[in-house]
Design a protein around this ligand. Structure first.
Ligand code: ZN
Length: 349
């Protein structure tokens, strides 16, 4: 680089110095762009990527540690392992709720307070169904599939591994003293209405509200309307979900579910699924009926055995966003052109 000629007028010196500043700024920008391009894709990037479609998949959700209970998302795509069994299951009677079943102890105090408040409001609640193991969900889902066909079953029941009931935080409530909440619209009963309006204050949110225009199918939850099914999120997260106007699935996906830099969920392909189930008693209960995809576009028969979706499983930790790469290259070209022009001018003088 040349040095400023002290004999020239100050104004000229300042004008000549400008390209150097521009070049320096560009070099700095280039350096930053280079760092962005070469750095590994963020393993814990959040709020990127569109909410996945309702296609069936088998990706282990992240986070899913037992301590991450308030933000663990399961849906048609995301799941937990077969041996995911919450370590602190307690009977719902401990929350003063009639009915049967278990929930995680982390939910007991809020649930007890909710049960008391519902009773005081003249809308006492009970539990129809609480925690379900993977194996119990196999029985239930396969029963529905046998009865109504797979295409129908997957619109109202989650496959094993994908159920909030396995988290120990999903409960099908009922009216205390009442029976099965499924027939009719439970949200129109005293207990159902009270839950719809108040449960979030106690950490519980309805997982499967009605869809667009009051439809029974909901594209945002990928399940049919279930006014009785609630998920415990803890008061803090439940209040945020309530205020956001989003469904649990949308809120957790947007704010807590971990994605790679491409916006795909981080797949953790462990444990390795076995392609051929063993001939054990358990394996016989997990056999799925073979179903061909229907004209309605319902995906081919989902496998009850965990099979991690191949695309996310091959996600590289060093994925580079193509946009960042293009921006970096354009920046480099621009910087070189400007530096070249500055040199040419200087030499022409
Ligand atoms: Zn349920």
């Amino acid at each position: 680089m040349d040095t400023a000629d002290p004999t020239r007028p100050g104004v000229r010196a300042e004008l000549r110095a400008r390209p150097r500043h521009v070049a320096s700024a560009l070099a700095l920008a280039l350096l930053i762009a280079g760092l962005v391009v070469s750095s590994p894709g963020p393993r814990s990037a959040q709020a990127v990527g569109r909410l996945p479609s309702c296609d069936l998949g088998n990706v282990y959700t992240v986070p899913r540690g037992y301590d991450d209970w308030s933000v663990t998302l399961v849906d048609r795509l995301l799941r937990v392992e077969k041996d995911y069994v919450p370590p602190d299951l307690v009977h719902v009677g401990e929350a003063g709720l009639p009915g049967g079943g278990h929930i995680r102890a982390v939910a007991i105090d809020d649930t007890r307070a909710m049960a008391r408040a519902a009773r005081a409001a003249g809308a006492p609640i009970g539990v129809w169904s609480g925690y379900r193991s993977y194996e119990e969900q196999v029985q239930i889902f396969n029963g529905y599939a046998r009865e109504n066909g797979l295409d129908s079953a997957i619109t109202y029941s989650q496959r094993p591994g994908h159920s909030e009931h396995q988290l120990g935080l999903g409960v099908d409530f009922m009216s205390a003293g009442g029976g099965n909440p499924l027939p009719g619209d439970w949200a129109t009963t005293a207990a159902g209405r009270w839950m719809r309006d108040n449960s979030w204050k106690f950490g519980w949110v309805n997982s499967y509200p009605r869809g667009e225009g009051g439809a029974r199918w909901n594209d945002r939850t990928c399940l049919r309307y279930e006014p009785w099914h609630y998920r415990y999120l803890g008061r803090e997260v439940a209040a945020k979900v309530h205020r956001s106007g989003l469904t649990i699935r949308e809120y957790l996906w947007r704010n807590h579910t971990l994605l790679d830099s491409s916006g795909r969920p981080i797949a953790t392909p462990t444990p390795t699924p076995s392609a051929t189930p063993s001939r054990s008693r358990e394996a016989s209960t997990t056999t799925m009926p073979t179903v061909t995809p229907s004209e309605r576009g319902v995906p081919a028969a989902p496998s009850v055995e965990p099979t991690v979706a191949s695309a996310p499983a091959t996600v590289s930790q060093y994925d580079v966003d193509p946009l960042v790469l293009v921006a970096g290259l354009l920046g480099l070209a621009g910087a070189l052109a400007l530096v070249g022009r500055a040199w040419a001018r200087r030499r022409a003088r």
